[in-house]
Ligand binder design. Structure first.
Ligand code: 5XR
Ligand code: SF4
Length: 321
């Protein structure tokens, strides 16, 4: 029996759900119950009331968030080595140091942080809602970590002062994108629309037609009439974009833009993880409850804002997140 079929059978037997991040290998996305960004996936897991096991095909911090938001389920990370280097860049000691310097400023942490760091922040954000979260805060200056490019983007969009902590936290994969590669593709496809992830450097944001998270790119590509898109984010997203929009053309802005940690989750590892029920991701109390508060605050801030703007769009909040 093919490996994919073996996984599907085991999944049914064990009442497991496989969630795959947008950056997973195509064959992993294809056997998953849901494909999305980490928070979308964690929320999907919350809706799966009958599921006992969640196989979270992504990296460490994403599985941690799923475990925090789904304390009654067994969350498995198929590859124990799948760690996000950006999340490693902000330690608790570093946070404490900045907190001592700026005791009165709110600390906003991108979800790309470990649970131990989240436990020390006031509110979390994703790349999809960072601007809204910072806007909703009653403060003109905020501490923001760990991605300094996302911090800079949020500063531009909100007009608030956004202090990056650490000073230069970054995603090694998104920093590979260069404007010259996009310009070369543009010369070949002059009508192409350029979509850029906010973890990319400022020069990339300047040449973007659209800046957004992976989930926002999917939405934008579906709704935009253009036929060709140049995409500056991890290559895994192109599989989903092509699948959802078979009549459109998607070009990766730089062929080497691969997150090696995301790619550690192979079908073989997913099968073994499910069979042996490993590697179980747990977040000890009280870290989990503090981190959960910061995640829940993010959901609340966004709800309040939406409700203020339009009383009818509560549903929209859930689907567009
Ligand atoms: O770079 C990432 O880790 C991916 C991503 C995304 O756009 O999917 O930036 N993840 C964050 O937005 C976390 C949200 O789920
Ligand atoms: Fe981390 Fe970048 Fe990989 Fe996302 S793409 S998991 S931020 S290293």
């Amino acid at each position: 029996m093919a490996l994919a079929d073996k996984i599907l059978r085991l999944k049914r037997e064990k009442r497991a759900v496989v969630l795959a991040h947008n950056y997973q290998r195509p064959e992993v996305q294809d056997i998953a119950d849901y494909v999305g960004d980490s928070i979308e996936l964690s929320r999907k897991a919350m809706e799966e009331k009958d599921a006992e096991i969640i196989v979270f095909a992504a990296v460490d911090f994403m599985a941690e968030s799923a475990a925090i938001l789904n304390p009654d389920k067994k969350v498995l990370l198929p590859s124990a080595g799948a760690r996000c280097p950006m999340a490693q860049m902000l330690t608790v000691d570093e946070i404490k140091r900045w907190r001592t310097h700026y005791p009165l400023l709110p600390l906003v942490l991108y979800v790309n942080t470990l649970a131990s760091a989240k436990a020390y922040c006031d509110v979390c954000c994703t790349s999809a809602n960072a601007v809204e979260v910072v806007n909703a805060l009653d403060a003109e200056t905020v501490l923001f970590g760990p991605d300094h490019n996302l911090a800079e983007y949020v500063q531009e969009k909100t007009g608030k002062k956004v202090i990056p902590i650490p000073e230069r936290g970054f995603c090694p994969t998104h920093l590979l994108f260069q404007p010259e590669d996009v310009q070369a593709l543009k010369a070949q496809y002059p009508d192409a629309v350029v979509m850029v992830h906010p973890e990319c450097a400022a020069e990339m944001r300047k040449i973007a037609d659209f800046i957004g998270s992976t989930s926002q790119m999917c939405k934008y590509a579906k709704e935009n009439a253009a036929k060709t898109f140049i995409v500056a984010t991890e290559e895994g997203l192109l599989h989903r974009l092509k699948k959802e929009n078979p009549e459109k053309r998607f070009l990766l802005a730089y062929e080497g833009a691969v997150c090696p940690n995301m790619k550690l989750n192979t079908l073989e590892r997913i099968y073994t993880a499910l069979k042996e029920e490993r590697h179980i991701v747990t977040v000890p109390e009280p870290i989990a409850s503090k981190a959960r508060k910061a995640l829940e605050k993010m959901f609340e801030l966004k709800i309040e804002k939406r409700l203020k703007r339009d009383n009818h769009c509560f549903e929209e909040f859930h689907t567009s997140f």
